[in-house]
Design a protein around this ligand. Structure first.
Ligand code: MIC
Ligand code: SF4
Length: 647
């Protein structure tokens, strides 16, 4: 018997059903969950509709970090809804201003060897601490909060061996950009990326967090690092050494694939518009003129990131014509920057300091000027995500961002002399006063959940039909993101609990007429290319199409979380048996699919006749997913599975 990888060790100790055989269906016991507010309102509405009085996990935390711009009553109402849900149902609540969920979770709650799912695609940040952490749709998180297992296909385990050490001015962001360059935005699909090798030791937990965080952009199920002395060092500095357990792969562990990165050869890099895998070295891109720089997000807003930025900006002024904004990742980071005077250096340079929240990363303000060039330390640069459709967004490290802000053009940080170094503090500033505890179970009956008028009923799927006849109401290309399907941004995000309103903006980025076409045709089928639904975990990208009458999506391939969200909503995810058949379908074609139920049940091909010839499609899903589709979605299935529920 070969030894085990770190991922396999955690999976083995959490298996509720299944085996480690790659590609098989597994169910995992979930120790911790997290939600953020943009997906949280829906997740708690779904949790409530399951009728479970109290969460059953070891720890569940509700964060407020996305919808913090209170431009109207909607976001503030949703904050109160989530706060009172947390109080009543047994969750910790991280108040607005306390920080970005992934940064705070790493600091205060993450623990090696534990499983975590979160209603946000960057939940794998916890992999920096040796956790097995997955992004998931809100409904999957609601089920886990209720004590249900998390069902996935057993991924392949892909080894990234790090050797050597980073050169001055090159940082963790440049490493994950190198991984993205090699793997692309779909190379991680069906895989867990496991980091190992000598080079791992040179990376602190926040640096590992940066790498695990942006592994999401490869489409990977998650990313994970071992738990070692650096992990212990971080947990001790957070006053949580009791959470430490060592976790290393066995020397004879077997991986399904491998790439080696010599850290000493990694160069400062940028992901160019409009995809995180469009990676080139800063040197290669050249000194392009910039209009904006944004520093922060769950990828790059740790204390050491911002101390480096402060050291670069100290005594300098942000270039004329450039706007620099900085959002520290957490209250802890903010506080420590203030305590050591680094905050004063940032302010003095002309940086616009924002609250600890996602902010510009999700288009909550700071949209660039028309046609502007924006450098961001974030993880996604999809078209329109910044709020300005024709802006060019480049994703870079904090070092590159800071020096470029001073110079007014993209600048290789290696050109500016000696690099400041920062070790982790021996003790972080610990004050959890913005994390509130739930009410005692005996008192929870007295807590009233506050619901604002913006909360509207959400759509529910119908049991799978045996015959689908409808029009192709949208045909899109490869790598369609959930930001295309259901855009975010300050104007729309406050309506995350109002699906009818959101539906007006569905596919706005690529086809403004989609909602009206869907209404005119009485719903229909969407046709997509490779990697359909990459990006975020927002289940709104499935619920809104469901509301607009979408019955099925036929694609060349799907991104993992979005595919799960479609199934959870009761929308059929179909793939072309021959990818070339994609060309045979045109907008407005009537697509007729017969004998759907038996074909889904038996995993058989389905046929669509078109004037261009027959097309073979197939719905390859797990046995459980079949039951979910037959029931009309995960909610209906979960209720029917309960003792006394309808079978
Ligand atoms: C994102 O970065 O796209 C988000 C906003 O954090 C999403 C969640 C959402 O849409 O609310 C994610 O990554 O899952
Ligand atoms: Fe927030 Fe941006 Fe991270 Fe999403 S990617 S959780 S919006 S900081």
């Amino acid at each position: 018997m070969p030894g085990y990888t770190v991922s396999e060790k955690i999976i083995k100790s959490h298996l509720v059903s299944g085996t480690l055989e790659r590609g098989s269906d597994i169910a995992l016991r979930i120790d911790q969950t997290l939600t953020q507010d943009a997906t949280g309102t829906m997740a708690y509405l779904e949790f409530e509709s399951m009728g479970i009085p109290r969460v059953k996990t070891e720890l569940s935390v509700a964060y407020i970090d996305h919808n913090t711009l209170q431009n109207g009553f909607m976001n503030a109402d949703d904050h109160q809804y989530i706060r009172t849900c947390a109080k009543k149902y047994g969750l910790k609540f991280s108040r607005p201003g306390n920080g970005i969920c992934h940064q705070v979770h790493l600091e205060r709650f993450g623990a090696p060897g534990k499983t975590l799912i979160g209603s946000d695609s960057h939940t794998p940040t916890g992999g920096g601490l040796g956790m097995l952490a997955f992004g998931a749709g809100g409904l999957d998180v609601a089920v886990a909060m209720g004590g249900g297992a998390y069902h996935i296909t057993m991924p392949q385990i892909y080894k990234v061996e790090l050797v050597g050490a980073l050169s001055p001015w090159v940082s963790a962001k440049d490493v994950i950009l190198e991984v993205l360059k090699r793997l692309t935005v779909k190379g991680g699909v069906g895989k867990i990326i496991e980091y190992c090798g000598e080079g791992v030791k040179s990376l602190s937990v926040p640096e590992r967090g940066t790498i695990a965080n942006m592994g999401a952009e490869t489409g990977a199920s998650t990313s994970i690092f071992p738990s070692d002395v650096r992990t212990l060092e971080f947990l001790r500095a957070q006053g949580r050494e009791e959470a430490f357990v060592p976790l290393e792969p066995d020397p004879d562990a077997v991986y399904d694939g491998c790439t080696v990165i010599d850290l000493s050869t990694v160069r400062p890099a940028a992901a160019c518009p409009n995809s995180p895998d469009n990676v080139h070295s800063v040197e290669e891109i050249g000194n392009i003129k910039i209009d904006q720089v944004c520093i922060g997000s769950c990828t790059n807003s740790s204390l050491s990131d911002l101390l480096k930025v402060a050291a670069i900006l100290k005594g300098k002024t942000v270039a004329e014509g450039v706007s620099l904004s900085i959002a520290p990742g957490s209250k802890q980071v903010y506080n420590m920057l203030a305590e050591c005077g680094a905050l004063a250096d940032l302010i003095d340079s002309g940086a616009r300091i924002l609250e600890s929240a996602c902010g510009p990363c999700i288009g909550m303000g700071q949209s660039p000027q028309s046609g502007g060039v924006s450098l961001r330390t974030f993880n996604r640069n999809f078209t329109g995500r910044s709020g300005t459709a024709d802006a060019s967004v480049y994703l870079v490290s904090p070092e590159t961002a800071a020096i470029s802000a001073v110079n007014g053009c993209l600048t290789d940080p290696r050109t500016i002399g000696k690099m400041p170094r920062f070790e982790l503090p021996e003790r972080f500033h610990i004050n959890d006063n913005m994390i509130t505890d739930p009410a005692e179970e005996s008192e929870s009956g007295d807590i009233e959940v506050r619901r604002g008028p913006n909360i509207k009923p959400f759509p529910q799927g119908s049991p799978l039909a045996d015959r689908i006849e409808c029009k192709c109401i949208l045909k899109v290309g490869d790598n369609i993101t959930t930001d295309h399907i259901m855009p975010a941004g300050a104007k729309i995000l406050p309506y995350r609990s109002n699906i009818p309103y959101l539906s007006r903006f569905c596919f706005e980025v690529c086809d403004k007429d989609f909602p009206s076409r869907a209404a005119e045709c009485g719903g229909g089928i969407i046709v997509g290319g490779e990697n359909y639904g990459q990006g975020s975990s927002r289940e709104h990208a499935a619920l809104v199409p469901l509301y607009l009458g979408v019955k099925a999506v036929i694609a060349k391939s799907f991104a993992r979380i979005h595919r799960a969200n479609l199934i959870n909503a009761g929308i059929l995810p179909l793939t072309f048996v021959n990818a070339d058949d994609y060309d045979k379908i045109s907008l407005y074609d009537t697509l007729c699919i017969n004998d759907v139920r038996s074909a889904v049940l038996n995993g058989e091909n389905l046929r669509i006749s078109t004037p261009e010839g027959d097309i073979k499609i197939v719905c390859r899903v797990s046995e459980r997913d079949k039951k979910i589709l037959f029931a009309g979605g995960l909610l209906a299935y979960t209720v029917s599975e309960r003792p006394g529920g309808e079978k």
